[in-house]
Design a protein around this ligand. Structure first.
Ligand code: CU
Length: 326
């Protein structure tokens, strides 16, 4: 996301105006095929029931039980959102009601004076990584009319929600958020079906994906900020065409279909992303600029491709339906 910064980018052609993410995020407990955690106690269920009342419904029309819900609406160029959210596991939903693509990344201030306005001033001064802020993930770039979401654990403190697309941040897409101490929030993470580890400079998926819904647990064990966007290839475009589109200045919409992402994660941070994957070809790209040479991480090898086969009886149908995109 940092290479979204149009002022400071060393290689403008690799700017990330490209990260259109429309993740369908639902509560893990609502995900078909994913059984409830066997360790769920009655006390836990009671807590979830209580929090359900407080948290309301998620973007999926079904509640993220027990998970605090942070709903963010974006347009040109700002956010409409609450000023605070309880600490704990937070489900962030970004709804884009604007005409351009937007994202909602969270940065946590490590001092006691950080503000969204000061953060934006730092970016105006060409500081890509203000020293008093760390990236904790968030909702990736979202198409107009779409929603996206992700879960992250938020400790109490001062945060800003920012959009690194183009010059959106300095145009006003930086909003203060206070995460307040709370004993009520859920803290146990969603039950993950896959693990994605971020390293310098590679993605490591623990088990190949199968078709269907997944909760992807992402951890950054590297020393640099990393991100990941997952794209589904079309019959005519894949990784190569996507990178060529970036090289061309990412005009209009990308030639491939974004299916999920989780924003920038500082070393040690984690996030959980719900995915609904269909048979096809996919790839994951990290476009964060490297510390040493500012080249995007994918040029250092931080890109991976994978395929999901259709069940044997459906392969003919899959080929016939491939042109329908997602
Ligand atoms: Cu990376």
């Amino acid at each position: 996301m940092r290479s979204h910064n149009p002022v400071h980018s060393v290689l403008p052609v690799f700017r990330l105006a490209t990260k259109l993410i429309f993740i369908r995020v639902c509560a893990w407990s609502e995900t078909p095929g994913i059984p409830p955690r066997p360790s769920m106690s009655m006390r836990g269920l009671a807590l979830i029931a209580l929090l359900f009342v407080e948290a309301g419904a998620s973007s999926c029309g079904s509640p993220a039980k027990g998970t605090a819900e942070l709903r963010i609406t974006a347009d040109e160029y700002g956010y409409h959102m609450p000023d605070s959210v309880p600490a704990g596991l937070v489900h962030i939903t970004l709804r884009n009601v604007g005409r351009d693509i937007h994202e909602a990344l969270l940065v946590r201030f490590t001092d006691t004076i950080g503000t969204a306005a000061a953060y934006a001033d730092s970016v105006r001064a060409h500081v890509d990584f203000p020293s008093n802020a760390e990236d904790v993930g968030g909702a990736g770039l979202t198409l107009p009319g779409d929603s996206s979401g992700v879960w992250i654990q938020l400790a109490a403190g001062r945060y800003a929600v920012v959009c690194w697309k183009g010059d959106h941040l300095v145009r006003g897409m930086a909003h203060d958020l206070r995460v307040v101490v709370s004993d009520e929030g859920r803290r146990d993470p969603p039950r993950a079906t896959r693990q994605l580890t971020l390293m310098d400079f590679a993605f490591a998926l623990d088990t190949p994906f199968t078709a269907g819904r997944h909760v992807l647990h992402v951890r950054n064990i590297g020393s640099e900020v990393h991100e990941g966007d997952i794209f589904k290839a079309t019959p005519t475009a894949g990784l190569r065409e996507y990178l060529a589109w970036i090289d061309a200045g990412d005009p209009g919409l990308p030639p491939v279909t974004p299916v999920g992402g989780f924003g920038d994660l500082h070393p040690g941070k984690e996030a959980w992303v719900d995915l609904d994957l269909k048979p096809g070809r996919y790839f994951i790209v990290c476009q964060v600029p490297a510390k040493a040479d500012k080249r995007p991480h994918y040029q250092h090898g931080m890109v991976t491709e994978f395929s999901i086969d259709a069940p044997p009886g459906e392969r003919g149908a899959m080929r016939a339906g491939e042109d329908h995109g997602t």
